[in-house]
Write a protein that binds this ligand. Structure first.
Ligand SMILES: Cc1ncc(COP(=O)(O)O)c(C=O)c1O
Length: 388
């Protein structure tokens, strides 16, 4: 069967020069980014300060809606911030940890930055409860559900685990949290753009992530979705003039909070980041995450099959339904193998406790999967010869 998604390969220049399988870290740059960034320069050069009023102020909403469309979020419900860690800070600033409901529940499979942030909130009264993994791939859902109780305030968890690509049962976690009055911050960094996310069906309270991985959008653009009925009630203390109802009145004194998407912002946005984000977001929307997911499952299955044939340890779920877009493989000398792969233009990365992470996206071919693993064979053979 011809692979219709391969017609997008020409949109990504780096695919002509490398075997690009590092989408869990940084997606390939779409060709359209050159024109988009030029447009930013042209607007700045020709319209100067008028660009704020004519375009840039509203671009937050435009980019937020592009991202929102991929997760079925209502228009205007997604704010743009710099990174996922600062999204946690804005969320944390909406709450008070001095009362009995001050428990933060997450698993040790979270991205470390999220843990570093919440651990640091202990000094502000937050009680952090970390649920642990046994196998380094997943944490049993029941274990997370059991930890969420009447004293739980927030549950900041990854939808797809960065280390193993395990897809958490977000629905079960959100349902349990809501039953006991807690709120869930779903980190969709490793899911959105690769695994279908319907944020309204999930009924998540917050969703965060960035565009630089599976959304092929570059750095400095992260999203914060807040459930619209909840957003109205929250008043972030990490705030600034962008979140004011009348920012250009420059009123003195306490803020009057605006509506979403500006309500959770602080100061001047990273406008160049908007321009780098849009081309990738538009391609992902056009391709459609369902088609991406279908192909991704085949590619990750092939990676596992090839690793199994060689007896290498696979640190990814075997069940395709709970496996995201990445397969981490711990072959002999993984770290050195990774360095050699990079030298040979097979772009992957290495993570301790995981191995070499292969993250193909919709624009990769099955031949590239086979070639990447054959390149590992060649590297290991060369290492064996040198060792003799
Ligand atoms: C699941 C997840 N969350 C968060 C981050 C990083 O967040 P930040 O935008 O703060 O750098 C990553 C980066 O790899 C990630 O995989």
């Amino acid at each position: 069967m011809p692979d219709d998604l391969l017609r997008y390969r020409d949109e990504f220049p780096i695919l002509q020069r490398t075997t690009y399988m590092i989408n869990n870290s940084l997606g390939a740059m779409p060709r359209g980014v050159y024109d988009s960034v030029r447009e930013y320069c042209d607007v700045w050069a020709t319209r100067g300060v008028r660009a704020w009023e004519e375009k840039w102020w509203e671009m937050t909403r435009e980019v937020g809606d592009e991202i929102g469309a991929i997760m079925n979020a209502p228009s205007g419900s997604v704010s743009i911030l710099l990174n996922v860690t600062s999204c946690q800070a804005v969320i944390a600033s909406c709450f008070d940890f001095s009362g009995p409901r001050n428990k933060i529940v997450y698993s040790d499979m979270n991205f470390p930055s999220i843990m570093y942030f919440w651990e640091a909130q202990r000094s502000r009264g937050a009680r952090v409860h970390m649920v642990r993994t046994d196998d380094g791939i997943h944490v049993p859902t029941e274990r997370i559900l059991d930890a969420i109780d009447e004293q739980t305030l927030l549950v900041p968890v990854s939808h797809v685990v960065f280390r193993s690509s395990y897809i958490k049962d977000a629905k079960a976690i959100i349902e349990k949290a809501h039953r006991v009055g807690a709120l869930v911050v779903l980190d969709c960094f490793q899911s959105l753009g690769c695994v279908p996310v319907d944020i309204q069906a999930l009924n998540a309270d917050f969703a965060v992530g960035g565009v630089l991985k599976w959304l092929c959008g570059g750095s400095g653009t992260s999203y914060l979705y807040v459930r619209p009925d909840l957003a109205k009630k929250l008043e972030p203390k990490l705030t600034g003039w962008f979140a004011h109802e009348h920012p250009f009145d420059f009123e003195v004194g306490a803020t009057k909070y605006s509506e979403m998407p500006y309500r959770f912002m602080q100061g001047t946005s990273n406008v160049p980041g908007f321009y780098t984000a849009l081309p990738g977001l538009r391609i992902i929307r056009e391709v459609g995450v369902d088609r991406i997911r279908e192909k991704s499952k085949k590619m990750t299955a092939r990676l596992i099959e090839l690793a199994d044939q060689r007896g290498w340890k696979v640190n990814a779920p075997r069940n395709p339904e709970v496996r995201g877009g990445t397969v981490a493989i711990d072959m002999p000398n993984s770290q050195e193998v990774c360095q050699e792969l990079l030298k040979r233009d097979v772009l992957v990365d290495f993570r301790p406790k995981a191995g070499v992470r292969f993250s193909p996206h919709f624009y990769n071919t099955m031949e590239e999967i086979d070639r990447a693993i054959q390149t590992v064979d060649e590297i290991l053979a060369a290492m064996a010869v040198t060792a003799k």
